[in-house]
Design a binder for this molecule. Structure first.
Ligand code: 13P
Length: 240
């Protein structure tokens, strides 16, 4: 399974270093078979020695250039970073990134062979407008996106579930993931208020290939517990 920690605008460079070091200790000690990804804040990016994949939360769609406040491809290449989050709801809604812009960013990083975690998800008003409206909204987030891209991972994160402690029911997560599987062969992660208390049941769902964790992942021991749950689930499935 895939377990991803989005550290957002948290953890300084020093704290991130410590986090990744401790994570690596856990991963090598537990011999976990999971694909683990960490997305540090941009200023905390570095060349880490870990089996976890380090990705960027954002970068501009250019090698370099006059894009004040942004980093480009060459800043990621400096640290051998080949993984990026695109379309996170905080970038769509707080930073105003449009679908057209995200599709261009997607195409740029795809052309450079990046592993792309592409995020989708509906705000509460859309969910409350009914299933059809919700699927229409989510479908629009696939516009301009190459859903067959071999290095693509989708993350379904309902906006109203992010950082709120609210989540869809397990049945709702399973059903929407099932519908999303029809749109793309890519693995699908669930994100939005995944905690150490609900991670296991989410990971056990059909059509859930992993989780994208925000606030709870700041507690490294919680994130490591989630990785252990995934190991346990796979072990049990293998014994069946
Ligand atoms: P929370 O886990 O804090 O709800 O955040 C989820 C998220 O946005 C991960 O990208």
């Amino acid at each position: 399974m895939i377990l991803a920690a989005n550290l957002k605008t948290n953890l300084t460079r020093e704290k991130t270093n410590k986090y990744v070091k401790e994570l690596e200790k856990f991963l090598s000690g537990s011999k976990s078979a999971q694909e683990v990804l960490v997305f540090p804040a941009t200023s905390s990016l570095d060349k880490f020695s870990t089996s976890a994949i380090i990705g960027a939360q954002n970068a501009y769609l250019a090698q370099n250039g006059a894009f004040t406040g942004e980093i480009g491809l060459e800043h990621l290449e400096e640290f051998d970073i080949k993984t990026i989050l695109i379309g996170h709801s905080e970038r769509r809604h707080i930073l105003g990134e449009t679908q057209e812009f995200l599709a261009k960013k997607f195409a740029f990083y795809m052309s450079h062979g990046f592993k792309i975690i592409y995020c989708i998800g509906e705000p509460l008003s859309v969910r409350e407008a009914g299933h059809e409206r919700m699927m229409e909204y989510i479908s629009a987030q696939y516009e301009g996106i190459d859903t067959e891209y071999k290095n693509l991972i989708i993350a379904y994160e309902p906006v109203w579930a992010i950082g709120t402690g609210l989540t869809p029911t397990l049945e709702e997560i399973e059903n929407i993931h099932k519908e999303l599987k029809k749109k793309s062969p890519a693995p699908i992660l669930y994100g939005g208020s995944v905690k150490v208390t609900n991670a296991k049941e989410v990971l056990e769902l059909q059509n859930v290939d992993g989780i994208l964790v925000g606030s709870a992942a700041l507690y490294l021991e919680h994130f490591c517990s989630m990785i252990s749950y995934a190991d346990e689930i796979e072990k049990l499935a293998g014994e069946k």
